[in-house]
Design a protein around this ligand. Structure first.
Ligand code: F6R
Length: 253
């Protein structure tokens, strides 16, 4: 089902597979219409299905990434590219190694940077040099974070270095041998960087995201729920499965 709430378009799909297919179709259509699209990409469990559907579409010849440019939202800091939990490694495994995107066109904040401030400044400049992101894919934290913009008293504008929330470290510990192994910091696009994207596509799956989704769509616009800022975006789409939509379905018509 599709709903329009103020400026946000909301799709509620039966399950994760349908959500992933819907998201991949939107990305495919964007790339078809504009082959040199600048894609903003996310990592984590949520977009894995979208990436495997895009790989499937690519293998059938339905989509061509040869001119696509990509910028990932974030990376742990510090982390080596060879670490299997780095987002650098994740993107290669789930997308880049399986489609015809040119490696030179892919960008991820450098978790090995010696000067993290310079790395963040350079990242924003590089995005601007490509004319900005055309379509930004986002997941959402159970605490409402987007990228690694954690709940805070202020919205931080550009790409920056941030200390991860205890709840985020806990949530991401499932990927590491132990909670202690989760890096405590990350480099992340800021809220201005994300909001500058021409289109935004946020995905959420599972009941653990329901409260964050409810606050994002119906709550106050506040840095305490970073995703709530999307209410101000002129072209934001949110795709949910039934579990993630469980607290909002009754309020949509
Ligand atoms: C990842 C990112 C994060 C995740 C969020 C949800 O690049 O920016 O904001 O999207 O933590 O993670 P999952 O999908 O693993 O629930």
């Amino acid at each position: 089902m599709e709903y329009q709430l103020n400026r946000i378009r909301i799709w509620i799909e039966d399950d994760y597979a349908a959500l992933s297919k819907r998201a991949a179709d939107i990305i495919k259509n964007q790339v078809d219409a504009m082959p040199n699209t600048v894609l903003g990409l996310a990592t984590g469990s949520t977009p894995e299905g979208t990436y495997s559907e895009l790989v499937r579409l690519y293998k059938t010849g339905a989509v061509d990434f040869s001119k696509v440019v990509s910028f990932n939202l974030d990376e742990y800091f510090p982390i080596k590219k060879t670490n299997e939990q780095s987002y650098y490694y994740f993107m290669r495994k789930h997308l880049f190694d399986n489609v015809n995107i040119s490696e030179a066109n892919t960008h991820i904040p450098n978790g090995e940077a010696e000067d993290r401030v310079a790395e963040c400044d350079a990242y924003d400049k590089k995005i601007a040099s490509y004319g900005g992101v055309d379509l930004q894919l986002l997941g959402i934290g159970g605490n409402g974070h987007i990228g690694f913009n954690e709940p805070s008293d202020v919205f931080v504008a550009g790409t920056h270095h941030i200390e991860l929330d205890a709840s985020t470290i806990e949530a991401n510990a499932r990927f590491f041998a132990s909670t202690e192994d989760v890096p405590k910091h990350s480099l992340t696009m800021g809220i201005r960087t994300i909001m500058s994207a021409k289109r935004i596509l946020l995905l959420a799956s599972g009941s653990g995201k329901a409260e964050a989704i409810h606050k994002t769509i119906f709550g106050d616009i506040t840095p305490k729920v970073p995703a709530s800022v999307l209410q101000l975006h002129p072209d934001a789409t949110i795709i949910l499965d039934k579990e993630a939509a469980r607290l909002i379905v009754g309020k949509l018509s």
